[in-house]
Design a protein around this ligand. Structure first.
Ligand code: NDP
Length: 392
């Protein structure tokens, strides 16, 4: 029987655990490990019939992760802790020759910058160890990469432009809260925007470029250009690409709160002195904000995430929209989590399933668009994330 080690016990982890249990014939024994053991136990309690063990681990320490992987004899590690832990967990996987999967690319806690460089640099070591590392197997990155690969395989000879469109129209009733880890979320949206055109990156001020997009089953929403990590790998792997951009919806209330917090320094990542103690403002803010994993029961409305691709097929111009709509309340009814965690956790489980089944397998470090998208698209339909395609 296989052993699946899941590291991290937050909102996304809860979904991954539920979904792995639904597919227990593939995942076998589940070991759920995180920094705070009680959070692992809370998730385990929701699934009394399942074969789940819990463990405490500090995943910043390679040696601790190595010991854990060895002691449970894991076949794969699903990393749904924070991006800060990616490298330590990858190194532990190299040392123990264990497959690795994550949903977000590495970020250093002291620098609000994320890129694949340090993870891609481990490719040789993954090859030597004979193991596979699958990077960014969430929704975006993740499913959006698979949508692009699917468009390329079935709809285009050449894709010229891609817009990734991420809409969360859920309402949790709080004046301000983030739908996933506040620190990661606020660092991402308060950073400069960036998109890629004609072979180079073009930087914008935060929220400088806005458009209104009509999201199916949601309606028209203000959408702002952000930098997002899947663009870094897609510009390498999608042939003929001339431009790629990423847009995310934000309501006026969210933006006003964010600007205000930024203006008073609450998004700072440098420690400040307060009554003789060092405090990192954004970490303190995280303590004040609602825990995203508790938003599920209050959130109503839908998410719609997709891609619009334009290009050429048989000499004729073509434009398509592939998207997926999820309903917060339905997600909560199934796995006790809202749709942002659900749409991340389900693809993480699918990626791990395909690795364990040997259907998406290779030696080295890979991004999602490097594998056959058809199998993944098929699993999305079966595992709770049905998608649609429209010709525009
Ligand atoms: P949460 O903050 O809810 O959960 C993170 C978990 O990781 C917590 O249980 C936390 O423990 C644990 N953790 C943090 N540091 C360590 C450590 N050193 N050792 C062990 N465990 C640790 O985050 P989410 O569930 O919202 O997000 C999980 C991941 O998913 C993040 O990387 C996020 O960026 C990514 N994500 C990806 C998306 C995509 O579409 N690709 C979308 C949304 C999220 P503790 O409880 O002790 O703090």
């Amino acid at each position: 029987m296989k052993t699946t080690l899941i590291i991290g016990a937050g909102g996304v982890s809860r979904v991954v655990v539920h979904k792995c249990v639904q597919n227990s014939n593939v995942f076998g024994k589940i070991v759920l490990a995180s920094r705070t053991l009680s959070k692992c136990n809370e998730i385990k309690k929701e699934l009394p019939e399942a074969f789940i063990e819990v463990a405490q681990v500090d995943a910043d320490i390679v040696g601790e992760v190595v010991r854990l992987i060895k002691s449970v004899n894991a076949d794969i590690v699903i990393n749904v802790a924070l991006p800060y832990q990616d490298l330590a967990i990858m190194d532990a996987c190299i040392k123990t020759k264990t497959h690795y999967l994550d949903t977000a690319n590495y970020e250093h806690p002291d620098e609000a910058k994320f890129e694949y460089k340090l993870q891609w640099e481990r490719d040789e070591k993954f090859k030597e160890a004979g193991i596979m590392g699958l990077l960014g197997s969430g929704f975006d990155p993740g499913v959006t990469n698979v949508f692009c690969a699917y468009a390329q395989k079935h709809y285009f000879d050449e894709i010229h432009t891609i817009d990734i469109l991420d809409c969360n129209a859920g309402d949790h009733g709080y004046p301000f809260a983030t739908n996933f880890n506040p620190e990661i979320n606020l660092r991402e949206v308060s950073a400069n925007g960036r998109y890629w055109e004609d072979g180079k990156w073009i930087e914008t001020k935060p929220m400088e470029i806005k458009m209104v997009w009509d999201y199916p089953e949601v309606g028209e929403k203000d959408s702002y250009l952000l930098y997002h990590e899947e663009m870094e790998s897609l510009v390498k792997h999608i042939k003929g690409l001339k431009r790629i951009r990423f847009f995310m919806t934000f309501g006026e209330s969210y933006l006003t709160h964010m600007r205000c917090l930024e203006n008073v320094g609450m998004l700072g990542i440098e420690p400040v002195e307060h009554k003789g103690q060092k405090i990192v403002p954004i970490e303190f803010l995280k303590t004040l904000l609602p825990d995203p994993s508790t938003l599920g029961s209050r959130t109503k409305g839908k998410t719609n995430i997709g891609i619009v691709a334009e290009g050429i097929k048989d000499g004729v111009k073509k434009k398509i929209y592939i998207y997926q709509v999820s309903d917060h309340e339905k997600c909560y009814a199934e796995v006790n989590s809202q749709a942002v965690s659900y749409t991340t956790g389900v693809p993480a489980m699918i990626g791990a399933k395909l690795i364990l089944e040997g259907r998406w397998i290779g030696k080295g470090v890979f991004n999602m668009e490097e594998f056959d998208p058809d199998i993944f698209m098929d699993e999305l339909n079966k595992q709770g994330l049905p998608w649609k395609i429209k010709e525009l």
